[in-house]
Design a protein. Structure first.
Length: 366
């Protein structure tokens, strides 16, 4: 049994609440803090936990072994360095971005050397992603190309409303960084190079005057020994590639596409990633773009967190729905708790966020 403190009971909490209910045996919430104290009182009654009026008071309680940050609201950037100094394990559902979308607050890494700070890398654990890695080992072989179409159902808007929205800027950067981490996880390797290309310059079609551009990230080739079946004959020396296609809305055409991406990563005039609207009743749903993979012996396509289609070369596709599988929230909390009690399980850390941000900035600078 892990005794935890809960910070924030807003929208992110509603997403994790069912998972925490299923993990009541290993996890017990002892204390709850929320900037709106009435919400902390309500959650405290439901969880049989004490409502607390300050984050420091919650973190300092002797019966709190770890902290789950679910929705710190406007305190987001202040929470990370404060909790890092408490020398208690912390799970961050929303990443601690700075207010203007400038990336991770550096103080989040300056806690005690024994601090465990785990950001929620949910894209690694949704059911279709877990199933995909099983298929790599058993059916379609290792991937050598990943194509993520963020342009199909999303738009980077540069209007005045979004320029002033800190929340939107953080959401934009979180999405881009999260999918870069997703690719690294599937390739099981760090990138060797990256570039950003305005696709319109290559003659690609755009929609209603919008600009498309592509992040292309290269990874080292598969070692010959990794190909257990010999299905990638002649291709083991070829770099593996991830391509992320993004769209700049036509509302602002004053600068080049590269300038636009630079602003996104530097936080000067942050745009917003507009994804399909999620109503409060559907808060548990996560948006996933169309993801296509070419592998050693076949291909796969993910269309949601729980739907995957795959096929061997020259074979009919197989369609799978994985609604009965454990959710990504439940898996992340389970792994975090196993690590807290001393389990030697790998977990994400802040470098898994900082590294993709630096990669994207470097390729824009080039």
């Amino acid at each position: 049994m892990i005794q935890v403190g809960l910070v924030g009971v807003g929208p992110q909490w509603e997403r994790f609440r069912p998972a925490l209910a299923r993990l009541r045996q290993p996890i017990h919430v002892e204390a709850v803090y929320d900037p709106v104290f009435a919400r902390a009182e309500t959650a405290g009654r439901d969880l049989e936990a004490d409502p607390i009026q300050g984050i420091s008071a919650l973190a300092g309680r002797g019966n709190v072994e770890a902290i789950l940050v679910m929705d710190p609201a406007w305190t987001r950037t202040a929470v990370a360095p404060l909790l890092a100094r408490q020398s208690k394990p912390v799970f961050f559902a929303p990443w601690p971005f700075s207010g203007r979308g400038r990336g991770i607050h550096p103080d989040a890494l300056q806690g005690d050397s024994d601090s465990l700070i785990v950001p929620a890398m949910w894209r690694r654990f949704f059911p279709a992603a877990i199933r995909l890695q099983e298929l790599f080992a058993t059916e379609i072989g290792q991937p050598h190309e990943i194509d993520i179409d963020l342009a199909g159902q999303s738009t980077f808007a540069m209007d005045d409303q979004h320029r002033a929205s800190n929340t939107a800027a953080s959401s934009t950067l979180e999405s881009l960084v999260g999918w870069v981490d997703f690719c690294r996880t599937l390739f099981r390797a760090f990138s060797t190079s990256a570039s950003v290309t305005p696709m319109a310059e290559s003659g690609d079609a755009t929609t209603a005057g919008d600009r498309l551009f592509e992040f292309r990230i290269e990874y080292p080739p598969l070692a010959v020994g990794n190909d257990v079946s010999g299905r990638l004959e002649g291709n083991t020396d070829r770099n593996r590639i991830a391509k992320l296609t993004l769209r700049q809305a036509s509302s602002d055409k004053s600068g080049t596409t590269t300038d636009f991406v630079q602003e996104l990563l530097a936080g000067g005039r942050p745009p917003a990633l507009v994804t399909p609207t999620i109503l409060p009743a559907d808060v548990s749903k996560r948006w996933v773009p169309v993801i296509k993979l070419r592998c050693e012996a076949g291909s796969a396509e993910l269309s949601s967190t729980s739907q995957i289609s795959w096929q061997l070369n020259s074979a009919e596709p197989t369609h799978e729905t994985l609604h009965a599988d454990r959710s990504e929230e439940e898996i992340m909390l389970d792994i975090f708790c196993r690590r807290v009690v001393g389990g030697l399980v790998p977990v994400a850390d802040m470098s898994d966020i900082i590294r993709p941000i630096q990669l994207l900035r470097d390729c824009v600078d080039l």
